[in-house]
Design a binder for this molecule. Structure first.
Ligand SMILES: *Cc1c(COP(=O)(O)O)cnc(C)c1O
Length: 396
């Protein structure tokens, strides 16, 4: 039997210190002096909802995303729902999207009364496969909703071409991909409307929930801004029934500080990704892991560093990392078409084999801008050791 092809030296230097999947405290330390006086000021001002901090953030986000209008709202989930409501999507309508995303992508469609229609993904990027979209379009299709998963944009050129041919708007789910680029254009500028999330684990995360919508369409932007305040304009005059999806001043103030660091953090995430590639090439001389690929013409911002684990080893590897206090996450164990709440849509196992395989095989490794080279080396050596020991056991 062949010898283990991996390095089994102990990683004593790191010892048994934990490596979390995400370390928000490390980032906070770097901006604490900027943020804390602002938070104190807002507490003293007692001006909590919308207001100048929110309009400031809206303008700065719009500028950052190369889109003319930004509309702050209460979450990324609402940032998906509000444009669908503004387009008057509802019962009888269909929205084409991916089955491999966070629940909110399909949940927003369902909430309007419309039907999510899923299309399988590309096995390399995990994003919707544009070659399969055309066949999913019917005379009921109203919107195309691609997701830029894990920080890399979907293949937008064919998606936009199909949308144009059928006269459909494109809604980008950019919750995981602020600052990501497709052929030099940023997310927020790749469709008619884009939805962003400020959930703390996103690349631009607040101190709680928050979201942002960007658009090029002024009239639509005004309508979306109205929907988030119960369809009200001016105060106490209601044009349509919206709901409350306001953004807090406190979140906006914190996010404005963080936005100024976002490009540096994106570069740091890219450096972490580059080091993973280098370390795996050095320590894991095996093809059991498939590392993420940055497709040509894209700028990946690595909200997650997701590897594919072959040979049914994903769950056991995750456990072995947990035993060594290394955090990892499974995004997403159940694809959307197999969620119980969508059973009435009539999908079943085998309908989207690429998404189903991704759900079984992928694992997100620790990824955040402050992750040190030493911690990464420990993660990679621990993975190499797992596969080395497994090989030795099998050989015995
Ligand atoms: C986080 C996320 C959302 C929802 O954002 P919230 O702010 O948590 O409501 C939507 N889509 C994707 C792909 C996400 O990752």
């Amino acid at each position: 039997m062949s010898e283990p092809t991996v390095s089994l030296e102990r990683t004593e230097a790191w010892g048994d210190r934990p490596v979390p999947a995400l370390d928000l405290k490390a980032q906070y330390e770097t901006i604490r002096d900027e943020v804390e006086p602002l938070v104190l000021r807002i507490m003293r001002d007692q001006a909590f909802v919308l207001g100048p901090e929110v309009s400031g953030l809206e303008a700065e986000m719009a500028d950052y995303c190369q889109a003319p209008y930004g509309i702050g709202c209460a979450s990324g989930s609402d940032a998906l729902l509000i444009p669908l409501l503004a387009w008057e999507i509802g019962p009888g309508d269909e929205v084409v999207t991916t089955p491999y995303s966070f629940f909110a992508t399909a949940g927003a469609i369902w909430r309007t009364g419309a039907k999510p229609v899923f299309v399988d993904i590309d096995p390399v990027t995990y994003n919707i496969d544009p070659a399969l979209i055309e066949a999913a379009i019917t005379d009921k299709t109203r919107v195309l909703l691609p997701v830029h998963l894990y920080g890399q944009t979907a293949e937008m050129e064919p998606i936009r071409r199909i949308a144009q041919e059928h006269g459909l708007p494109v809604l980008e789910d950019s919750a995981q991909a602020i600052g990501a680029e497709y052929r030099g254009l940023r997310t927020g500028n790749l469709g008619e409307v884009a939805a962003f999330s400020f959930y703390p684990s996103k690349n631009l995360g607040g101190f709680g929930d928050g979201g942002m919508i960007t658009t090029h369409d002024e009239a639509l932007g005004k309508r979306m801004a109205r929907i988030r305040v119960h369809g009200m304009e001016p105060r106490y005059y209601h044009h349509e029934v919206g709901f409350n999806s306001r953004l807090d001043s406190l979140q906006a103030a914190v996010l404005r500080v963080k936005l100024r660091h976002l490009d540096d953090w994106a570069q740091a995430r890219r450096e972490v990704a580059r080091r993973y590639h280098e370390l795996f090439a050095k320590h894991l001389k095996d093809d059991v892991l498939v590392l993420p690929t940055e497709v040509e013409g894209r700028f990946h911002v690595f909200n997650q560093f997701v590897v594919r684990v072959r040979d049914n080893q994903r769950d056991a590897l995750k456990e072995s990392l947990a035993a060594r206090k290394i955090g990892s996450e499974i995004y997403y164990p159940v694809p959307l078409h197999l969620q119980k709440c969508f059973s009435s849509l009539g999908y079943g196992p085998g309908d989207f084999p690429i998404a189903e395989a991704a759900a079984k095989e992928t694992l997100a490794l620790p990824m955040y801008p402050e992750l040190s080279a030493e911690a990464q080396e420990h993660v990679v050596r621990s993975i190499a050791r797992y596969f080395g020991e497994r090989r030795t056991t099998r050989a015995a």
